[in-house]
Design a protein around this ligand. Structure first.
Ligand SMILES: Cc1cc2nc3c(=O)[nH]c(=O)nc-3n(C[C@H](O)[C@H](O)[C@H](O)COP(=O)(O)O)c2cc1C
Length: 380
């Protein structure tokens, strides 16, 4: 027994639990149609206290499941039952898209954070889930797969049913930009992209999502790589947020960002968004070259993919610091959902102490879904 009569985390973990709850060799659509591989089938008790706050909600944990590890009711239920304060539904689209070909996840042989000058380096990886235990980095490449909008919007109210007091559901949406728009002006493209984001966001609001996250930074959309850089487009961010707020003034909305070239560039985007930006969310996975040890493709047809886990921590903390400084310097009001490279409960405090209001975790929860509980134990 730990303090407060809470059992040790290992009580909830089967001795033969595999390294990951996600079968990285199977196609994504198949993986999410079944529950996570959690052999014990045991879940820790949820906290009765709502000690944490995010965007006006009082929450049982300051830890969110980042957009990614949870897609559909089976998987969002699992993380709610594990006691996370917020679960972000993996990014949805208005237009159906299949997942990139499996494998979509590989373990990256990188045990330390990557620093900015090394973003152009090539990393090695393997499809061996056990390697996670040594390295704590992975890469992912799904391409923001999505069912059609009607199917996922109808599922959102079902996803809410398992939530307890002190837990909230966020839905991440992205835009699907048509492939050939060469004749169109930049402004026309912005309006078109923003309109698509607004359709997705509207469906998510009507489905009952508490918060909307605009994923403007996916590193893995092979047919439209510019979708990964939308967060840098000041006009787009400004326009889509103001149009969202015109319709849903009371629904909090945030933007998922990737690597900014500089603090100055981040400031330009966040400042232009002004009070329409309720929170900033980062950092998305780092777009890097990741290959098999022999130099061949590790993820078929994709030489670059989104590196996450410990590899992200240094850049993620720097971005959290910048976001907190900019908020202070410019008198802005957004909250910060920080993360990227959180592996251990202690890492949560690194982000909270750097200015994040709440944190998010993706890669590490695929190995250790007890992280919210472990953080609670650490603090009790
Ligand atoms: C399996 C997996 C799927 C992901 N899918 C998405 C996604 O759909 N949308 C998104 O914004 N980010 C996605 N991400 C990125 C995470 O939300 C997060 O920003 C990134 O992985 C860094 O955090 P981490 O180091 O805790 O993994 C995904 C990450 C993983 C590991």
């Amino acid at each position: 027994m730990a303090k407060n009569n809470l059992k040790k985390a290992q009580y909830y973990r089967h001795p033969e639990q595999p390294s990951l709850i996600y079968n990285i060799k199977a196609p994504w659509e198949k993986v999410i149609s079944k529950p996570p591989v959690w052999l014990s089938n045991k879940f820790p008790p949820l906290s009765a206290q709502k000690k944490f706050k995010f965007l006006g909600h009082r929450l049982i944990s300051p830890i969110a499941i980042a957009a990614g590890p949870a897609s559909g009711k089976i998987w969002t239920d699992f993380y709610f039952k594990m006691g996370f304060g917020m679960v972000i539904q993996k990014t949805r689209r208005t237009v159906p898209r299949k997942s990139n070909k499996e494998p979509n996840i590989a373990i990256v042989h990188q045990e330390n954070p990557v620093s900015k000058p090394h973003l152009e380096d090539s990393l090695s990886a393997s499809i061996n889930p056990k390697a996670w235990e040594n390295y704590k980095s992975m890469t992912n490449s799904f391409g923001n797969p999505s069912s059609d909008i009607l199917t996922w919007a109808k599922e959102l109210p079902e996803q809410r049913k398992v939530m307890k007091d002190g837990q909230i559901l966020t839905c991440s949406v992205t835009a699907t930009t048509p492939e050939d728009r060469q004749g169109h002006s930049a402004d026309a493209q912005i309006i078109e992209t923003a309109s698509d984001l607004l359709i997705g966001a509207t469906a998510a609001v009507l489905g009952g999502a508490d918060i909307i996250e605009l994923n403007l930074a996916c590193p893995n959309v092979t047919e439209n790589p510019q979708e990964g850089e939308m967060f840098q487009n000041i006009k787009l961010v400004n326009y889509v947020l103001s149009e969202f707020k015109r319709r849903f003034p009371k629904v909090p909305v945030g933007v998922k960002f990737g690597v900014f070239k500089s603090k100055e560039q981040m400031k330009k985007v966040f400042y232009a968004a002004g009070d329409n930006l309720n929170y900033v969310s980062g950092i998305n996975a780092l777009k890097m070259t990741v290959l098999a040890i022999d130099g061949s493709d590790i993820l078929p047809g994709r030489r670059t993919s989104g590196v996450c886990g410990i590899a992200d921590q240094e850049i993620a903390l720097e971005h959290t610091k910048w976001a907190a400084e900019i908020r202070e310097e410019e008198g802005l009001k957004y909250e910060i959902l920080g993360g990227g490279g959180i592996i251990e409960p202690q890492d949560v405090d690194k982000f909270l102490n750097t200015g994040a209001d709440m944190v998010q975790i993706a890669a590490a929860v695929l190995a250790n879904p007890l992280l919210a509980y472990e953080y609670r134990l650490m603090k009790s």
